[in-house]
Design a protein around this ligand. Sequence first.
Ligand SMILES: *Cc1c(COP(=O)(O)O)cnc(C)c1O
Length: 393
Amino acid sequence: MPYELVKDSTRSVHGTEELDESTGSVVAPIYQTVTFGFRKAEAVGRAVRGETDAFVYTRWDNPTTRILEKKLADLEGAEACAFFSSGMAAISTAVMANVQKGDHVVATRDLYGETYRLIHDILPQFGVSTTLVDTEDLESMKRRIRSNTKIVYVETPTNPTLKLVDIRGAAKIAHSVGALLIVDNTFSSPLGQRPLKLGADLVVHGATKYLNGHSDVMAGAAAGRKEAIQQIRRMRKVLGGTLDPHAAFMVLRGIKTLAIRMDKHNKGAAALTAFLESHKKVRVVNYPGLESHPQHGLAKRQMSGYGGMFSFELKGTMKDAMRFTESLKVATLGASLGAVETLVVQPATMTHTQLTPEDRRKTGISDTLIRVSVGIEDAEDLIDDFAQALAKV
Ligand SMILES: *Cc1c(COP(=O)(O)O)cnc(C)c1O
């Protein structure tokens, strides 16, 4: 069968993985080694110069990690991929590999906390200026782009208000000045949207989330064209955020169930958001899959699954929202997302507590906003759990 026709679930299980050459092992072996021996001194030199793809030292490259990199490249429709020890290692390395002093970066205002720190606070320390633009408004992005803009950086859907960025439109704007469009695809996973197919140049992931999917491994990734990934790999060698081979094995195992997990996340979120939208104590539900989402049309065009992430606002006070989250019995109050267990956070008291109330209002984070990462539990159990916690408010 032509490979392009292979479906996502088959790809998640098999993808580019092959039987281990030396033993026939069905599961990719963990090459838990930092170094690789050579018989010929001259072969070491050629590998160091990058003339062969022989393994030399695990900070540069490792066989287990390489199997994982091929697998995600396949899922994202990329030529190549590089893995990292965390999502932030991937994001900071991908960004640093593409800017120099005097360059300019444009990013949307709604960013993951540490990405905001990198772009807003740290890049300017190295002489790279940055401009934040309204997330849903491509016109503002168009106005703020400059001839020295090298990166346009976006997340879609965003954390925690689930706004969307039109990837095709953002790519056009970035390419008009020769800049790269980098899309953080953590919230969606490659099975929810494929930014490279929509014109993005690089996709980055907190692979700690959906790709691994079990709240037990930190990992990150960047995927895109071969030359772009080579440049990022050279920077990874220096900054050192390489993935450990055992963690690579864990993420490979996680990805095998990505398709069935995403299917369950999508269905669970659809059921739970429908329930909440009709509940009298709920003011608004933010989920791209709902007709009521202001960008539902865009969601339909660029996403093939709406994912397990949503947020909603309770009517009432900050205290009421705390009472709700503390009353949940199936869902857990905790940071992180994209795993088998349902996790909730109240951004105002948890992830965004350092912002002033004024800044929180500006980014649409009200006192009673609750972000939900729907796990793979039974949807009826989750609805019952949310219903009993709402009754206590
Ligand atoms: C978690 C997350 C990251 C960072 O990933 P880590 O593995 O925690 O470093 C980046 N972007 C988004 C959208 C995330 O949710």
